[in-house]
Design a binder for this molecule. Structure first.
Ligand code: WAQ
Ligand code: MG
Ligand code: MG
Ligand code: MG
Length: 261
């Protein structure tokens, strides 16, 4: 018996028909688990898809696959920061969350015109399943996935490393943060990633982040206005690197996030 075999579970839910039929993406999720925990993880993904603030799905798929490739172990991003979103003078906010996000991208070295391009993209999309890949130097779109984007899959935290990490940093151990940190760690572990901008399309979730190897995971509250359904993820990529193998890493390379404390 192979005791250590790992399984990837992924879920996608849509409204107005399946994704292939042109339905609107509501929720997605991916987890890696051992055989004994498959049922529990599937229940978690089922609940995630059924209770999403974007609405009730009329299509859902939960897929199980065994992981044949060897797993890469990745550390969470080194720095964790809750960015001071507003510098207040009296009752006046001097900086909006989104301004802080764009300034962080500038510090990382993303040119102003590329940041402007990212702003356009973020306000153009809602209900995307994956991320938009753009060249960090020119702003040119690098993937050919259109409205679907590139969905990062085959990733999770190892065992209860997230709970340990969250306790250490006094961060609420909720599943949204768990999944965002895992995704940021996998994406930014690849040398072709220069930075990631995350801006949820969920109308009730206004916290986003800028992640990079250089600055870690910089969490930004009130990055957008409550109720706004626009948002997506943008990966700023070194266009000199091989994009096909980069996308293959994002979609297929199994990654477990491990934290020793
Ligand atoms: N791969 C690529 N892109 C993804 C993936 C994925 N696995 N999951 C989501 N996206 C993209 C897609 O375009 C979504 O529309 C967009 O990101 C936003 O996803 O510290 O909940 O699930 O409090 O709406 C980040 C802050 C929360 C967490 C992000 O985003 C925190 C969030 P959502
Ligand atoms: Mg989602
Ligand atoms: Mg998500
Ligand atoms: Mg969403």
């Amino acid at each position: 018996m192979v005791v250590d075999k790992l399984y990837n579970l992924r879920m996608r839910a849509a409204q107005g028909g399946s994704h292939e039929q042109g339905g609107t993406h509501i929720s997605g999720g991916e987890r890696i688990t051992r055989f004994s925990n498959i049922q529990q993880v599937a229940m978690y993904l089922l609940e995630k898809g059924l209770t999403h603030c974007k609405g009730r799905p009329d299509f859902m798929q939960i897929q199980l696959e065994s992981i044949p490739e060897s797993v890469t172990y990745v550390q969470p991003l080194e720095r964790w920061a809750n960015v001071e979103r507003f510098v207040k003078e009296g009752d006046t906010f001097l900086k909006e969350g989104k301004t802080v996000a764009f300034q962080l991208l500038e510090i990382i070295g993303i040119p102003k015109k590329v940041i402007d391009r990212a702003v356009e993209i973020v306000s153009q999309y809602s209900s995307m399943r994956g991320a938009v890949l753009i060249d960090a130097h020119s702003g040119k779109r690098l993937d050919d996935r259109g409205e679907k984007g590139v969905r990062v899959s085959r990733l999770d935290w190892l065992g209860n490393d997230f709970e340990k990490w969250a306790r250490y940093y006094h961060v609420s151990a909720n599943s949204r943060i768990r999944e965002a940190l895992a995704l940021a760690a996998k994406v930014n572990n690849h040398p072709a990633t220069i930075a990631e901008l995350c801006w949820s399309d969920d109308p009730d979730y206004t916290t986003g982040y800028v992640a990079s190897r250089k600055m870690g995971y910089q969490r930004i509250e009130n990055i957008k206005t409550y109720g706004d359904e626009r948002g997506c993820r943008i990966f700023f990529v070194d266009g000199q690197k091989d994009i096909r193998s980069y996308i293959n890493y994002l979609e297929n390379q199994p990654v477990l996030i491990t934290w020793e404390g």
